[in-house]
Design a protein around this ligand. Sequence first.
Ligand code: NI
Length: 252
Amino acid sequence: MLIDTHAHVNDERLMPFAADIHDGLKDAGIEKVVVAGYDRASSERAVLLSREYPAYYASVGIHPHDSDSASADDYALFGKLSSESKCVAIGEIGLDYYYDLSEREIQKKVFAEQIELAYSLKKPIIIHVRDAYGDALKILRDSSKLLAYGGVMHCFGGSAEVMREAVGLGLYIAFGGAVTFKNFAKSDVVRAVPAERLLLETDCPYMTPVPFRGKDNRPEYIGLVRDKIQEWRQDIDVEEVTCKNAKTLFNI
Ligand code: NI
């Protein structure tokens, strides 16, 4: 069975279909889905979904895009929500210098604060990084003592060198629909990830894999990600290995 370790069923576009999507999981060979929060409201929706549907799990956190909205109140709320057994991670958190929707200094501060929060709550972190691997690694290195519960570099787009450093810090590496794109140039990185650190995700409704480009992505398309990675990883059973890894990281 497959585990989608990063899905935004809590996105406004998918939320109306949360029940339909859940009904279809079994037929698509999917056992569990981690619904990732990205701000206060989406984190609350993720937790609601995890309460209502057995296969949905939740993460709560503030995305770098919304860093400038982060407040102590949000962290207190995340602390409260994290006490629920199906709230399995803090995220997505990180740095995004591609869109730069929040000031970089604020992004860095809020990223570091949420790493601390996750440690105090004994939760792994889900990390979003775009065009900011240098600064993100610096923060992760400086916080290495706070990474005891692990984490994942979601939608990984960095070099093999960055991957190796992240793995050295105890982090997992997740790939999604981008691996099916014609211009995906990181198959060497996918090949180099240690088997015990590899994860699959969709990041739906974004990152829709080929041949469904142009439509909203859904967890049910994760098989296309597995198939592509399996082509490059003849050494392992990608589905079996990534399912086991997801269960280990998120304790599910
Ligand atoms: Ni995401």
